[in-house]
Design a protein around this ligand. Structure first.
Ligand SMILES: Cc1ncc(COP(=O)(O)O)c(C=O)c1O
Length: 351
């Protein structure tokens, strides 16, 4: 079976990790600093703070930007529960909003109707798509760009994803575009904000007491991420190449998330949209019979409005996506033969 996810670790990645292991310093240290500097360079300024994971990044961005009890945070229903957890950890109130059918990202108009009093927004660049940050920003809200699935992505206006909002957050979990096993990072153009967040990341050796935490990333993780980030362009190209192959054989009646072939797009997932749940499940069975493992990227029970027991009728697009989508393997361990096998199987599916 060709697995849906598999982490690609190159020989160079292994050398980088071994160098840290041999150095005698494996906790947060020079490799973490190098990772932060890499992000500052990528955005041509600002500041970055590497942390333990993406959920921590979301929480610390909220906390650093001043979210507290009574703050309402708009977030897409079609998203993972990490977002909800971060809001509750910050003591704030989640306001779940529906998404757009074409790019699966937050619908700016729905924020106005479903979360009119939200002062904050988690805008997720879902599966690498570009959420409409400019419109959301124009609504006069604090915007945290969730780039956990869009590492290295460049938006349609040629601006790196994460650059427009008040802060951008990243995850380096094992299934992400670049990984340290676990890990996260907050970047912002506001260096003072990042200093505040940095202060909260660790508690040791402080002259004055304030409740702080241990949200640090290790140098082992950072070395792995740094090593992979050196091949970000090659990763982008390979993912685009695979997406192209699948798109070329897509049976009529099936579609995908919009913009997969946009220049600069980092295709985190290749998600097929089918007419209904029955056909989606049939496609999954068909591909499994051909030796291809696919996953439902976000199932109905995982939708955030379902977790909060809100009326599903208010979230029709999220409901539809949860019932009709299937994610195909698109990772760096796929050989050209694997890609051909998957493409052939997709081509042969009759909806
Ligand atoms: C969009 C999004 N935000 C946040 C997270 C949380 O990241 P982590 O798993 O590193 O805590 C994830 C990862 O699963 C994610 O996909």
């Amino acid at each position: 079976m060709i697995p849906h996810n598999r982490t690609f670790i190159s020989a160079d990645d292994q050398v980088a990790v071994h160098a840290v292991l041999a150095s005698g310093w494996i906790a947060q240290g020079p490799a973490v600093t190098a990772l932060e500097m890499r992000f500052v360079q990528h955005y041509s300024g600002g500041a970055a703070c590497a942390v333990s994971n993406g959920t921590t990044s979301l929480f610390l961005a909220l906390k650093g930007l001043g979210a507290k009890s009574g703050t309402e945070v708009a977030l897409p229903s079609y998203a993972c529960s990490a977002l909800l957890n971060a809001v509750y950890m910050a003591g704030a109130t989640p306001k779940v909003v529906d998404v757009l059918p074409n790019n699966f990202c937050l619908n700016p108009d729905a924020i106005e109707t479903q979360a009119p009093n939200a002062g904050f927004v988690f805008a997720v660049h879902t599966y690498g798509a570009t959420a409409d940050i400019t419109t959301i920003k124009s609504q006069d809200r604090v915007v945290i760009e969730d780039c956990c699935q869009a590492q290295g992505g460049v938006g349609v206006t040629n601006v790196p994803l994460g650059a427009i909002g008040d802060a951008a957050v990243f995850s380096f979990y094992a299934t992400k575009v670049v990984t340290g096993g676990q890990g996260g990072l907050i970047w912002s153009g506001d260096s003072l904000l990042v200093e505040k967040i940095r202060d909260y990341r660790q508690f040791d050796c402080r002259e004055t007491y304030e409740p702080r935490f241990n949200f640090q990333m290790t140098d082992i993780q950072a070395a792995l991420v740094n090593s992979q980030m050196q091949r970000l362009e090659a990763i982008r190209e390979r993912r685009a190449y695979i997406a192209n192959k699948y798109l070329a054989v897509m049976p009529s009646g099936l579609s995908t998330q919009a913009g997969l072939l946009e220049t600069g797009r980092m295709v985190h997932r290749f998600v097929v949209v089918t007419p209904d749940r029955v056909i989606r499940n049939a496609l999954r069975t068909h591909l499994a019979a051909a030796g291809v493992e696919c996953i439902v990227p976000l199932d109905q029970f995982e939708l955030l409005h379902r977790y909060l027991k809100l009326d599903p009728n208010d979230f029709p697009i999220s409901e539809r996506l949860a019932n009709t989508t299937l994610s195909l393997p698109i990772h760096l361990c796929l050989s050209d033969d694997d890609v051909s096998l998957i493409s052939d199987a997709l081509y042969r599916f009759q909806p």
